[in-house]
Ligand binder design. Structure first.
Ligand code: ADP
Length: 274
């Protein structure tokens, strides 16, 4: 590139013109390399995403067949064969359900990575949403401390995508209960200020080691203090993706051995309730 600038004499007349000549070749090469790398990255992401969706799809059919066949076996022989048969059938069904849930989780993450989700914004009755969620958690973890929900919507009718809310709070609630120890209940507090829904989910559980706080939102990352508490390392990745879709944020404070608090803020459409 060539740039010119006039130099004026005492009378303000142009006496000289200075030209600078800059060689942008290196910068151009760098730019082109960057663009090519970006294109390769995108291509790779697309290939990865289509492999994941093909695998998920291919897994689902055999899983459904296994589930149906087990149901038939259970019905046909359950009462006639040796003791323990039904237990085994139920054990296998449980494992199949677990695989199916994992496939759902991976599919959700994969989908939000690639084509994205289309938001379906509808009025959500938050008090009944949260109490239903906590009831479901209690059914899923009957031996764990309960999750107590408090809060109110300050007279607002909230509108958002309920499926995304379910993804977020099902995972945060089940973690709070799953990683609790002792009998202290986990606590969820929510509030709405007319623009944002703010929710905190706290537990007095095993806590998260400081060096894991950065990574727990990444797929398949689990802290090393989880012991034999089962999990896949997908829940918080799903929470983060769902929040990305809603334009929300999440933060975590935790002390190992004492407990954790996750704070979520979600922009929502609010209408004054009549
Ligand atoms: P997982 O299926 O392992 O629970 P998540 O993605 O939901 O997967 O969480 C990732 C990791 O973050 C967990 O394995 C655990 O180490 C940590 N974690 C998440 N929530 C809590 C919590 N409430 N208390 C303690 N550790 C937690």
């Amino acid at each position: 590139a060539i740039n010119g600038a006039p130099i004026l004499d005492e009378d303000g007349e142009v006496s000289k013109v200075v030209f600078t000549l800059e060689d942008y070749t290196d910068r151009k090469i760098q730019h082109d390399e960057l663009v090519a790398a970006l294109a390769r990255e995108q291509q790779l992401a697309e290939v990865k995403s289509s492999i994941i969706s093909t695998i998920s799809h291919e897994f689902r059919t055999p899983l459904t067949i296994m589930m149906t066949s087990l149901g038939i076996l259970g019905m046909k022989y359950g009462s006639t064969v040796e003791e323990g048969f039904t237990n085994r059938i139920e054990g296998i069904e449980k494992q199949i359900k677990h695989l199916d849930e994992m496939l759902n989780d991976v599919t959700f993450i994969n989908k939000s990575n690639s084509v994205g989700h289309t938001l379906k914004v509808n009025p959500v009755d938050l008090p009944s949403f949260f109490s239903q969620m906590s009831e479901e958690i209690h059914i899923a973890f009957p031996d764990r401390p309960p999750l107590v929900v408090t809060g109110n919507c300050q007279g607002f009718q909230v509108e958002t995508d309920i499926l995304m809310l379910q993804q977020i709070f099902m995972n945060l609630f089940s973690n709070a209960v799953k990683y609790s120890n002792g009998k202290e209940p986990a606590i969820c507090e929510y509030a709405c200020d007319g623009q944002n829904l703010s929710v905190s989910v706290s537990d007095c559980g095993i806590g998260i080691p400081e060096d894991s706080l950065e990574t727990i939102f990444d797929v398949f990352q689990r802290a090393d203090n989880v012991g034999n508490i089962s999990g896949t390392g997908l829940g918080l990745a799903i929470v983060r993706r769902a929040l990305d879709v809603l334009g929300g944020t999440i933060s975590v404070e935790s002390t190992e051995g004492e407990g954790s608090t996750f704070r979520v803020s979600i922009p929502v459409r609010c209408v004054e309730a009549v």
